[in-house]
Design a protein around this ligand. Structure first.
Ligand code: ADE
Length: 228
């Protein structure tokens, strides 16, 4: 088997991450050796008695800025040659499925979670390799963004999902929204499963699914149709 993907997360909220990484598929992925997680408590890299990780901005203004020294020291404690160091920020490149696939092929990811008011600019300039946003809204802290991205990446690692086809066939991978899915019972509250899905005719089913995918994409996400 190939080396597991290594993921380290630098945060002042290690407990949020530990809870999240200790459940369900993410836990299973670590157990089976597809991934290794490390959660780095940023406060362990502070030097004052109050374990301060942020400070007021030079030039004045509201909010607090993450200090550079603990962030540099925390990242350096885990960084290796070739590590991708990812800053979670609403100013970053918008995260999407293609980036998840790109990150799943890396060897080491270091997530840097700051508070929304920002980080010292020298962290952007000299420490991180990428800045990622999970959408055009502002969270109180990047730790939830890191959790979202880790989830999307880890499920792509070989063997993590039971069935490899489920990764290929799903929304966004094919540039289309997924077709409607049904399971038992055949009739629920007067609504029946479409007959074609019960027909056993695999060609007809594939055709129906393709049409439904196209229709849904046109109705809900026409922007996807313009992409290559
Ligand atoms: N931190 C605060 N808001 C964020 C967002 N939308 N994406 C990534 N990190 C964030």
């Amino acid at each position: 088997m190939c080396d597991p993907l290594s993921i380290d997360v630098v945060t002042i909220f290690p407990e949020i991450l530990n809870g999240f990484l200790g459940e369900s598929m993410l836990k299973k992925a670590a157990r089976m050796g597809a991934v290794r997680y490390g959660v780095v408590n940023l406060r362990d890299f502070t030097k004052d008695t109050h374990r301060t990780t942020d400070d007021r901005p030079y030039g004045g203004g509201p909010g607090m800025i993450m200090k550079p020294e603990p962030l540099f020291d925390a990242v350096k404690s885990v960084q290796q040659p070739g590590s991708r160091v990812l800053l979670m920020t609403p100013q970053g490149r918008r995260f999407e499925q293609t980036i998840a696939a790109e990150l799943a092929a890396e060897q080491h990811l270091v997530f840097v979670c700051g508070n929304y008011e920002g980080v010292d600019e020298r962290v952007r300039e000299f420490l991180v390799t990428d800045e990622l946003s999970i959408g055009d809204y502002v969270l109180t802290n990047g730790v939830l963004a890191a959790a979202v991205i880790i989830d999307a990446v880890v499920r792509l690692l070989p063997g993590v999902l039971g069935c490899a086809a489920s990764v290929v066939d799903e929304s966004f991978v094919s540039g289309r929204i997924e077709y409607p899915q049904y399971t038992r019972p055949v009739e629920y509250n007067g609504a029946r499963v479409p007959e074609v899905l019960l027909s056993g005719d695999h060609e007809a089913i594939a055709r129906w699914r393709k049409e439904q995918s196209e229709k849904r994409t046109r109705e809900r996400r026409p922007d996807l149709l313009d992409r290559k």
